[in-house]
Design a protein around this ligand. Structure first.
Ligand code: TYM
Length: 333
């Protein structure tokens, strides 16, 4: 008998330049997860437009993101790789789920508060509705597992709440998903402000290491990274945020434990340490960049992957949406 695998879903917004935080928080786990789960990976372009985007750039970044998924080892024969806006059921389910979500709880979401502060001139309804669309993404596919970084935990919790509310009012309709957070790298911090998360939209680009950065840039950014005045390479996130963040990055990229890394750098200075972190990151990014560029040169192939993925996703999504529409009493075509 064929083994039934659990369903895993994750997405990334095709905005700005992706950072090593995106890689360590989720992307790099995708290759291995495909062995154990039926995986669905989305370019979340509907989420992206909650902040104003340049259309040509959005289109290009969407294609580049699909290429990046593949460069990270996602196999489009095995997993579904698609673009969110190509499956209309996301917007449709979002609408239904909106009626199970309270304005007050959306106003309290950390990301909504952050983005409202940063885009005070454009606090649009989409920005506030962002978590409900994310819940729709996840719930449409009867997802069991959602691998994400810690910054998405609050959104995942609300997705679970919304699923449970709907299930309680009608009857079990949605699976209630679980988050999966990496042991090392669930929250990579900014190199210049190490108590803040490293972000694609960082004000100062020197605080974030982009996946597209060349070796010189990577080394320069790590060289400038904020540490402390102790000259002691120990993992202590509460008191030594900068050094601990660098150790996390070093361990995640070199597959070493914190204890091993601390031993390796025992007695060494911050200069040597930062150089070593920069080297390991740049050396790991180089083959990823090469593969990304190779894939980007084949637009026809990428568009085929997107079209196939959308078709497969569409069928699965339609099934759940149809179930939902039946329960809420909608006529269907
Ligand atoms: P996005 O595009 O902001 O980020 C993509 C993924 O990267 C993780 N991440 C980080 N992990 C560790 N350290 C960091 N500094 C860091 N910065 C970002 C994020 O946690 C995320 O896993 N809303 C999502 C996209 C999305 C989605 C979904 C995810 C849309 N629908 C459904 C899961 C399921 C987002 O904005 O990710």
């Amino acid at each position: 008998m064929e083994e039934v695998k659990k369903t895993l879903y994750s997405g990334v917004q095709p905005t700005n330049n992706l950072t090593i935080g995106n890689l360590l928080g989720t992307l790099r786990s995708w290759r291995g997860l495909q062995e154990d789960y039926d995986c669905i990976f989305a370019a979340a372009n509907m989420h992206a437009i909650t902040v104003r985007q340049n259309p040509a750039e959005l289109r290009q970044k969407t294609l580049a993101l699909i290429a990046l998924f593949l460069a990270c080892g996602v196999d489009p024969e095995k997993s579904i790789v698609y673009v969110q806006s190509q499956v209309p059921a996301h917007a449709e389910l979002c609408w239904a789920l909106n009626t199970f979500t309270y304005v007050g709880e959306m106003e309290r979401m950390t990301q909504f508060k952050d983005k409202s502060a940063r885009h005070a001139d454009n606090i649009n309804m989409g920005l506030m509705d962002y978590p409900v669309l994310m819940a729709a993404d996840i719930l449409l596919y009867q997802t069991d597992i959602v691998p994400v970084g810690l910054d998405q935990r609050q959104h995942l919790e609300i997705s679970r709440d919304i699923a449970q509310r709907f299930n309680n009012v009608y009857s079990p309709t949605f699976k209630v998903p679980e988050g999966l957070y990496p042991k090392m790298g669930a929250k990579i911090c900014d190199l210049l402000e190490p108590t803040k998360k490293m972000s694609k939209s960082a004000e100062n680009p020197n605080g974030a290491v982009f996946l597209s950065d060349d070796k010189d840039t990577v080394l320069r950014k790590f060289k400038r990274a904020v540490t402390d005045s102790e000259n002691c390479i120990k993992y202590a996130p509460e008191t030594k945020a900068g050094v601990s963040n660098l150790l996390t990055i070093y361990c995640a990229f070199s597959d070493k434990s914190v204890a091993e890394a601390e031993r390796e750098f025992d007695g060494k200075g911050y200069g040597d340490f930062k150089l070593a972190v920069g080297e390991v990151v740049a050396d790991k990014l180089a083959p990823l960049q090469a593969e990304h560029n190779r894939l980007l040169a084949d637009k026809a192939y990428l568009e085929k992957v997107m079209a196939d993925g959308a078709e497969r996703a569409y069928k699965l999504a339609r099934k759940t949406l149809s179930k939902v529409y039946k329960k809420i009493g909608f006529y269907q075509v």
